[in-house]
Write a protein that binds this ligand. Structure first.
Ligand code: IMP
Ligand code: MG
Length: 176
């Protein structure tokens, strides 16, 4: 099967949207210090481009998590592969994520993080795929709503490939 990537969101549109989101965050937080918490690895390009546009004091950190679902208990949790090296107690946390699909990962992660006593937790996601949502997620800052297609590029991967594309594209598989 051949893999073909078709441009869905060009680089220039991502740049413009990132400007808009940064302006909203600058307006909402003013001079208040925030902790940008990027979820590895998909959020890396969005996080760094966003951070460069923010005017308040910003601390940058990362977590790597994966979600799992326990059928027996009809519940799930996140596995924390890489945890924060700082305390978020009484701090403003802005989670930066590449894409929200079912919402499971973010739902579980936010439950875990709220136990650590932050002053606030907000969420910025570049992409939103609302059609498969299973968990209620409040997206404070959102880039683009996209259809239920598998997308790659600008951080997003398929089997660790395509993250370095400067645009977001739909990945298609075609018979040769
Ligand atoms: P959720 O827990 O179902 O919301 O899954 C979100 C995670 O699945 C994202 O952080 C991505 O890592 C991955 N994901 C979901 N949709 C896509 C896609 O279209 N392309 C690449 N990764 C995706
Ligand atoms: Mg992810």
């Amino acid at each position: 099967m051949k893999q073909v990537v078709k441009v869905l969101i060009p680089t220039e549109d991502i740049r413009r949207k990132t400007d808009e989101i940064a302006e909203q965050i600058n307006n909402d937080f003013g001079d208040e210090k925030i902790i940008l918490l990027g979820i590895l690895k998909g959020s890396v390009f969005f996080m760094t481009d966003l951070a460069k546009r923010l005017k308040m004091p910003v601390e940058m950190c990362f977590m790597d998590v994966s979600s799992y679902y326990d059928d027996a208990e009809s519940s799930g949790d996140v596995k924390i592969n890489l945890d924060l090296d700082i305390s978020i107690k009484n701090k403003n946390v802005l989670i930066v994520e590449d894409i929200i699909d079912t919402g499971r990962t973010l739902h579980m992660l936010m439950e875990r993080l709220s136990l650590r006593g932050p002053a606030s937790i907000k969420l910025a996601a570049l992409l939103n795929k609302p059609t498969k949502r299973e968990f209620d997620i409040t997206l404070d800052y959102m880039g683009f709503e996209i259809p239920n297609k598998f997308v790659v590029g600008y951080g997003l991967d398929y089997a660790q490939r395509y993250r370095n594309l400067p645009y977001i594209g739909v990945l298609n598989f075609i018979d040769e």
